[in-house]
Ligand binder design. Structure first.
Ligand SMILES: CC(C)(COP(=O)(O)OP(=O)(O)OC[C@H]1O[C@@H](n2cnc3c(N)ncnc32)[C@H](O)[C@@H]1OP(=O)(O)O)[C@@H](O)C(=O)NCCC(=O)NCCS
Length: 287
């Protein structure tokens, strides 16, 4: 008998074994998962919601998990984000994935979520089709040399750097034109101290119009995520350019981001971004 229940820190011991089987191909922990601490680290921190953690237990052993959260979208309502779904390789194709997915959807429905999104590697794409998700759009990986980013100095939009942030700011539990979850995930790596960088809010006439995150990936490269409120759409080029231009201060040569292909035009309108299609596929289901 399989039981679906909320995850607990002590489950991380069993989950290490699960991850060792499932995550060799799509997660980038150098050398793979070797300690329970690495697994625990993924179940604390700024982007983790305790209510969004379910595990499948059989005969006293945890054999699968799903982790999810929710954020607001000003156009389509609350969106649920499945951050990961991992089933022990010895138990795959025995309906555990479906059970966990449906149980997560039930929790999200109670939180008034209207749509769920997941980002799947090609190898798991057919699973999502079987559980009635459909592919929606694609992800573009974009990049640009920092010197090619326009400066956009205008008093119209005020940049406010957020300091001493301990938890995910409400303004970043949100996605509009950014890829769902991308802002929160990148912000969380800074808040949790995994990467160095900056968190920004942008204001026009005292109202929030945008948010941005930049993180230092290595000596030459920075990653960023930027988004705008409905009102902020008119100044999206300013919010994007200012966020992407931040790493010039650390002498970064290149900035990168992942964005929905649908909104490529908003990004490429004011600067010459290079872009390529990601192999990961966004899938979604209406609740
Ligand atoms: C993808 C994954 C979550 C599926 O879980 P699962 O417990 O094996 O799935 P289920 O048993 O509930 O399968 C439901 C249906 O999907 C099919 N299916 C499952 N995995 C599949 C795959 N990789 N390719 C094709 N079909 C698949 C099953 O055969 C079943 O079809 P059926 O209804 O015709 O019998 C699991 O294989 C896994 O953990 N993979 C590695 C991690 C991963 O890629 N996670 C997804 C990241 S978003």
């Amino acid at each position: 008998m399989v039981t679906i229940r909320q995850g607990m820190m002590k489950d991380c011991t069993d989950l290490l074994e699960v991850y060792q089987g499932t995550r060799w191909f799509y997660r980038t922990i150098p050398g793979g998962y070797t300690t329970v601490e690495q697994v625990k680290d993924e179940h604390i921190g700024a982007a983790f919601e305790r209510w969004g953690w379910l595990v499948a237990e059989e005969k006293g052993k945890v054999i699968g998990e799903i982790v999810f959260r929710a954020e607001k979208n000003p156009v389509s309502g609350k969106v649920g984000i499945i951050r990961n779904l991992d089933i022990d390789v010895r138990n795959q194709k025995t309906t555990i994935g479906t059970k966990l997915t449906r149980a997560a959807e039930e929790v999200l429905r109670k939180k008034r979520v209207v749509r769920v999104v997941a980002t799947t590697p090609p190898a798991a794409y057919n699973y999502w089709m079987k559980v009635k998700y459909f592919a929606r759009g694609s992800i573009m990986n974009i990049s640009i040399s920092t010197v090619k980013i326009p400066k956009m100095r205008t008093p119209k939009v005020k940049t406010v750097q957020l300091k001493d942030v301990r938890k995910l700011p409400t303004s970043m539990k949100f996605s509009h034109i950014a890829y769902p979850g991308s802002l929160a995930e990148l912000a969380a790596t800074l808040i949790d101290g995994d990467l160095k960088g900056n968190l920004m809010e942008y204001y026009s006439e005292e109202r929030l119009v945008g948010v941005g995150v930049v993180a230092q990936i290595d000596a030459k490269t920075a990653a960023f995520a930027a988004d705008v409120t409905k009102r902020g759409l008119a100044v999206a080029d300013i919010v994007i350019s200012r966020t992407a231009g931040f790493p010039l201060k650390w002498k970064a040569k290149k900035v990168i981001s992942m964005i929905p292909k649908d909104h490529l035009g908003v990004f490429t309108s004011s600067a010459k971004w290079a872009y390529e299609l990601s192999t990961d596929i966004p899938v979604t289901r209406l609740l």
